[in-house]
Design a protein around this ligand. Structure first.
Ligand SMILES: Cc1cc2nc3c(=O)[nH]c(=O)nc-3n(C[C@H](O)[C@H](O)[C@H](O)COP(=O)(O)OP(=O)(O)OC[C@H]3O[C@@H](n4cnc5c(N)ncnc54)[C@H](O)[C@@H]3O)c2cc1C
Length: 246
């Protein structure tokens, strides 16, 4: 059975146990028909706290859009400010040009948290946190561009905005920045163990979750140390890298 088949079939299996009570509650609050999660609706979240946490843990999103050549799905850096998701890039980017013109898009963010190994092939699954946002980007005007880039830098390395050279007029002019309102968004999360069928529970096979995470590794410095030594965000990264290796 293929990976996608496994995941799909696990969903349908759990659905039979969990849907009845969930469908009526979990779908309440869906901002639109296309954001209403139908399969395993109890994994859906329409609250901003869950959505924001998933977006804030991300460095990259995937932007899907269609043009005359077909449907595309492009990875790009992202960050959140308030109730908007931001992306940026060269003025020459096909994706950014289309999005800036108001094309309908769908943005996804996915964090893979673990492989769920069940006692039957059918019930294997994955733990994840994911989000989908529908809508159209709007252009961020010149007045807010520099501040938004500072927010991006802050997302990557808190405090670095006071150290690195800011964008000059030419660099800012060559950059398109877009933002997408989080009005039509939904999160879906699986965060639990194996859901096996009753008759498989006695099978002599290892079952459980193989957790996984995106984690820091040791920093790799380019050039000399600056006069102040390593900045706090690099020390913090290094200690998280050390901690993760223990
Ligand atoms: C982790 C990550 C972060 C990124 N961050 C940014 C960002 O912040 N800003 C930004 O502008 N770009 C970013 N990119 C690059 C981005 O994916 C696109 O390549 C870029 O935006 C150009 O888009 P385009 O539509 O103009 O591409 P075009 O060059 O016009 O695309 C033509 C074709 O090239 C192929 N292609 C394009 N990009 C990719 C890709 N990434 N992987 C595989 N095939 C591809 C596809 O077949 C596509 O249809 C990032 C990529 C990654 C992986």
């Amino acid at each position: 059975m293929s990976e996608s088949d496994n995941h799909h079939s696990n969903d349908s299996n759990e659905n039979s146990n969990e849907t009845a009570s969930a469908d009526s509650t979990a779908t309440e609050g869906a901002p639109s028909a296309r954001t209403r999660v139908r399969r395993i609706a109890q994994r859906a979240s329409y609250d901003h706290a869950t959505l924001h946490a998933i977006l804030d843990a991300a460095y990259v999103c995937h932007v899907a859009f269609a043009d005359d050549h077909g449907v595309h799905c492009i990875p790009t850096a992202c960050w959140r400010e308030g109730d908007h998701l931001y992306i940026h890039g060269s003025n020459g980017s096909r994706m950014l040009k289309l999005a800036a013109e108001g094309a309908q898009i769908c943005v996804t963010v996915t964090h893979l948290d673990g492989l769920v190994l069940a006692r039957s092939a059918f019930n294997h699954s994955m733990n994840y946190r994911s989000a989908m946002i529908y809508g159209a980007f709007e252009v961020v005007g010149e007045a807010h561009k520099a501040a938004a880039l500072d927010a991006f830098m802050e997302h990557i390395a808190p405090g670095r905005v006071h150290e690195a050279r800011g964008g000059n007029r030419n660099e800012l002019a060559a950059t398109t920045m877009l933002r997408l309102a989080l009005d039509e968004a939904v999160a879906k999360v699986r965060a639990h163990g194996v859901s096996d069928d009753e008759e498989d529970l006695d099978r002599p096979v290892w079952a459980g979750v193989l957790p996984m995470a995106l984690r820091p590794l040791a920093p790799e410095r380019d050039g000399d140390l600056p006069p102040g030594g390593e900045p706090a965000y690099v020390r913090d990264w290094a200690s998280r890298a050390t901690g993760a290796q223990r």
